[in-house]
Design a protein around this ligand. Structure first.
Ligand code: GTR
Length: 427
């Protein structure tokens, strides 16, 4: 057994889930670091009021993330789309739900690229005031993996090869129907009065480094020759989420002011960035989002900036490469991303065995974002202590580290639903 694996197993006592070797998993080896001050303006002045945050500092921080981390949306991108209802049933999920499948053609009706939305809503007679709050987010493997209902087709687009899901030759198949129900919990959501709207992330940009020759990049000339500060895939996926939000605003069964955005891992990074860019998302939740998500880069714990830029050169803008092995030069750190969600509620979830994503670094981000919530008179994490396993904490910055490893499961969703009910005042 390699030393690093031994450390992981010993420290986290959690079976055989090994993390990549050659990275730091030892808290005592976290370098000393100083975080950029979230409430200090570029002029050096301290932000003292909500209006200074909203009008001066928030735009500064957003701009720093656009320029150095995720990349900005190129100037020739337009947000138009045409939505076409593909299928609907009011007898879904054993008669408890409405299922609606809507295709968002991103430019030309009848042509690729398009986003296929799968929507479940509690049955109309259950709706309180005509529309329902929803959870939304992108999925990794296709809408058919979120349901057993055969009316939801298997997509024919590029798919990640994933032996756990059974996708190979970069194609999805019928065998993976329903394999991600645990990760999305449509029945629990519907029974608790929430809808779910999800789409396959590959509809927006297939997740491989292809020089921007597919997905939405084919629509906009600038996307084929991106500048160093223009979007990578994470910002592209985030843009797709905003188009989904545009659609929610047109669907009268959806309460578009109560949309909770969520995502796992790279799609948790995406949820945070989408929530930063688009303030229409009322709650933002990231599950195990790790490096480039909720975890602080300066802790250099688990996955590093260099490693993520090397393994996934298409996720961030080119400028982010400047910070490989040089996290301390970043003009931001990820607590500032969390702060961009303020004053909207944000929830950060970690898993104890997912040391690659640095649970403690994810917590400290939420903690260090809390002063911005306090500026609004709200409590963030409410504690400076990283809580023990399976102990949810926090007011406007919710947090838990659950048992188990990298995924989203029933426990996570129970916390998200409780958090959303509290903040949407649904109890
Ligand atoms: C890993 C990557 C993580 C995380 C994860 C995922 O390989 O290192 O940052 O994004 O993939 O998205 O599943």
């Amino acid at each position: 057994m390699k030393l690093i694996t031994l450390i992981t197993v010993l420290t986290f006592g959690a079976g055989l889930y090994a993390q990549p070797a050659g990275y730091n998993y030892d808290e005592s080896k976290v370098p000393e670091y100083k975080l950029p001050e979230v409430l200090k303006l570029a002029t050096g002045r301290t932000v003292m009021s909500v209006s200074q945050w909203q009008e001066k500092r928030r735009p500064e921080v957003l701009e720093l993330f656009r320029k150095h981390v995720y990349g900005r949306i190129p100037g020739d991108v337009d947000n138009s789309f045409i939505s076409v209802l593909q299928e609907e049933s009011n007898q879904a999920l054993g008669g408890k739900a409405i299922r609606r499948q809507v295709r968002l053609y991103l430019k030309v009706k009848g042509e690729s690229p398009y986003i296929d939305l799968l929507i479940y809503l509690p049955k109309k007679e259950l709706l309180r005031d005509g529309s329902v709050p929803i959870f939304t987010g992108l999925n990794f493997n296709g809408n058919h993996t979120v349901t057993l209902e055969k009316q939801v087709p298997v997509h024919s687009k590029w798919s990640r090869n994933d032996p756990r899901v059974g996708h190979k030759d970069n194609r999805a198949n019928e065998g993976s129907r329903g394999v991600k129900i645990e990760r999305w919990q449509p029945e629990m959501l519907v029974s608790q009065g929430f809808g779910l709207a999800t789409a396959y992330y590959g509809d927006i940009d297939p997740d491989f480094d292809d020089g921007w020759k597919n997905g939405i990049h084919t629509l906009f000339p600038s996307s084929t020759k991106l500048k160093k500060d223009e979007w990578g895939s994470i910002a592209s996926w985030a843009w797709g989420l905003s188009r989904m939000m545009d659609y929610f605003e047109t669907d009268e069964d959806i309460d578009h002011q109560r949309v909770a955005l969520t995502g796992l891992s790279r799609l948790g990074k995406t949820a945070l960035w989408a929530g930063a860019e688009d303030e229409r998302f009322a709650i933002v939740i990231s599950t195990d989002s790790g490096c480039g998500g909720a975890a602080l880069s300066r802790r250099v714990f688990g996955e590093t900036v260099k490693r993520i830029n090397t393994s996934f050169p298409h996720w961030f803008c080119d400028n982010f490469n400047q910070y490989n092995d040089a996290e301390h030069h970043l003009p931001v750190d990820q607590h500032m991303l969390v702060a961009l969600i303020a004053p909207r509620p944000v929830y950060i979830a970690s898993a104890i065995e997912d040391v690659w994503a640095d649970p403690k670094g994810e917590f400290v981000s939420g903690l260090e974002a809390s002063p911005v919530y306090e500026l609004f008179g709200k409590v963030g994490t409410g504690t400076a202590e990283h809580p023990p396993v399976d102990n949810p904490i926090g007011d406007y910055v919710g947090y838990h580290m659950r048992s188990g490893d990298h995924d989203a499961n029933r426990f996570d969703w129970e916390q998200y639903i409780r958090f959303a009910k509290r903040h949407f005042k649904l109890n």
